[in-house]
Design a protein around this ligand. Sequence first.
Ligand SMILES: [Zn+2]
Length: 55
Amino acid sequence: MEDKTLVCQDCGAEFVFTAGEQEFYKEKGFDNEPKRCKDCRDRKKNERRQVRTDR
Ligand SMILES: [Zn+2]
């Protein structure tokens, strides 16, 4: 497997979907490739965490 360069849906930045990550996705049974770069994923994660804290 080779590293893939994908374009982030949110910010349009290119990011690398590494062979290791592809392996991980396959192991988990995920069909989809990631749609967002790591920055945007982290941001989403943080937003979600904040929502949870508000409760
Ligand atoms: Zn992004």
